[in-house]
Design a protein around this ligand. Sequence first.
Ligand code: AMP
Ligand code: MG
Length: 352
Amino acid sequence: MKKLDPDGEIAMQTEYLNAAEDDGAVARAAQLLREGKLVAIPTETVYGLAADALNGPAVARIFEAKGRPQDNPLIVHIAREADWTPLVKEIPEAAHRLAERFWPGPLTIILEKSGLIPDEVSAGLSTVAVRCPSHPAAQAVIRAAGRPLAAPSANLSGKPSPTTAERVLEDMDGKIEAVLDGGPCAVGVESTVLSLAGAVPRLLRPGGVTAEQLREVLGTVELDAAVTDKLAPGAAAASPGMKYKHYSPRARVIMIKGPAGPFADYVNAHKGPGVAALCFEEDKAGLSVPYLSYGARADASAQAHALFEVLRALDDAGFSLVYAHSPEPSGVGLAVYNRLIRAAGFEVLTLA
Ligand code: AMP
Ligand code: MG
């Protein structure tokens, strides 16, 4: 991705590394990370924008590249549970049980941080969020770098998260040193974020590991109000990321709750230039406006896998108003619901 700046010098360019086709790709990504550079890496959830988590200035560049608000902390990625110990004050027994059951995988656990974690990572909080991803290329690059990697999603702040290397470059080309292509992400929405830093385990962000699965291991898990509802103005967010505009395409998105028939009737009655539907497979036959489906109504995993790509594709097609059929907010569907309602800026319509 070569680019010339106006003076004719070669400006910073993003190096494209393909994990499947190039044997040296992972080693190159790891080398750049050790040098304090930024590399987007594939994970099973979404692509992450990684830096050496123990290098404060390198981590600060993540915020710059994304345009991320300074008070929104990052998740630290490790390759094995043993690497957790030096990053936190103490690992309670419940945390070990969770790691045993869900790591490597899409679960992030928040605990009190140790002195090793730079303030840039925790954004001034006393806690740190840690996850062990399962994607083989993520595992390989963390191991080769030989240090934990701080990585938020590799999108410009506020945009839908990228689930392919192409979508990473759309937002980040020229802003980061490299992208490691590991194919499309399997889960498609960001990790489940669980805080074990308080008296009761608290779900701050739903994801591929469901609240139901967490309760099987922990018994009680509280659902933070910000998971499904808009924070009241001025209210403190348990997870700072929850208070920002998020996952938003350029188009205005309106989320519609209700059965297939009323959904199609409503959308068809509001057709016009720039209007499209984000729908389920079952809705397609009834719609007389352009649409993109994000999966079967009962298949929340398919919806999670497709959601961000479909939101970006609707922008590519130039739509300005998207009526989105709401997923069921349970199981993995709660994660899809949480992202879509934010993409809609909490604009929701309920049809009988
Ligand atoms: P991202 O990886 O960009 O999707 O963002 C990570 C999410 O985890 C954001 O919503 C953060 O606010 C949240 N997060 C990270 N670290 C912490 C922490 N120590 N306490 C609470 N939330 C956190
Ligand atoms: Mg993000």
